[in-house]
Design a protein around this ligand. Structure first.
Ligand SMILES: [Zn+2]
Length: 181
C-alpha cells in the first residue's frame, strides 16, 4: 500500500463524514452477536430460560427472573403493544445523520406479550402509542440484527415480506455521499 492509499484509509477511519458509504453501528457484544445469529433464519428469536420459561431481552448470561444459567434461543411470539414513540432529530452516527437530513428517524418501545420491553425502528409512520404491533428482527446494512416495529396486521411471515419493510426504511442500504472516499 502506498502512502496516498494509507492516508486515504486513515482519513476514512477517522472522518466518517467523508465516507462514500456510511453504515449503521455494527459493534455488538458476544451476546449481541449470538442474538444476530439466532435471529437470521426467523422473524424473532429470544433467549428463554429452561428452568422458568422467562423470556429474556436484551440477551444476558443469566436469567433475570431465577438466575438460571441455561438460556436457549427459541422462536417467540412477535405480538406486543406500542408503549411510546419518538423521533430522532440528531445523531452522532454518520449513517443516521445522513438519513435524518431527509426526515426525522422514528423509533419506539414495545411491551411484548411474552414479557420483555424492546426498543426498535418504527416501520410505519402512522403507529401511535397503545397500538397493537408486531416486532421482528432483521439484519441491517452492517449485517447486525435490529428490531423493527410494524402494525399488528402487517404481513411479516416470510423473509421477503420482512426484507421489503426493511428496504423501505432504507436500513439495508448504506447512506451514500457523492464524492466521498
Ligand atoms: Zn429463569
Amino acid at each position: 500500500m502506498n502512502l496516498k492509499e494509507k492516508m486515504k484509509r486513515r482519513l476514512k477511519l477517522n472522518r466518517p463524514s467523508l465516507r462514500a458509504r456510511a453504515r449503521p453501528p455494527k459493534q455488538r457484544t458476544a451476546l449481541g452477536q449470538q442474538f444476530t445469529a439466532a435471529n437470521l433464519p426467523v422473524s424473532l428469536s429470544m433467549q428463554v430460560c429452561t428452568a422458568c420459561e422467562h423470556h429474556q431481552y436484551p440477551p444476558a448470561e443469566l436469567c433475570g427472573h431465577c438466575l438460571g444459567d441455561t438460556l436457549r434461543y427459541q422462536e417467540v411470539d412477535t405480538a406486543g403493544q406500542l408503549l411510546s414513540r419518538s423521533e430522532l432529530h440528531h445523531s452522532l452516527w454518520e449513517f443516521f445523520k445522513r438519513r435524518i437530513r431527509t426526515k426525522p428517524w422514528p423509533i419506539g418501545s414495545v411491551k411484548l406479550r411474552n414479557g420483555p420491553v424492546v426498543i426498535g425502528h418504527l416501520g410505519e409512520d402512522t403507529l401511535q402509542t397503545g397500538d397493537d404491533v408486531a416486532v421482528f428482527s432483521h439484519s441491517d446494512a452492517s449485517q447486525a440484527s435490529v428490531l423493527i416495529i410494524v402494525s399488528a396486521g402487517t404481513p411479516i411471515a416470510t423473509p421477503e415480506q420482512r426484507e421489503h419493510i426493511v428496504a423501505a426504511l432504507n436500513l439495508k442500504q448504506p447512506a451514500e455521499k457523492q464524492g466521498g472516499i
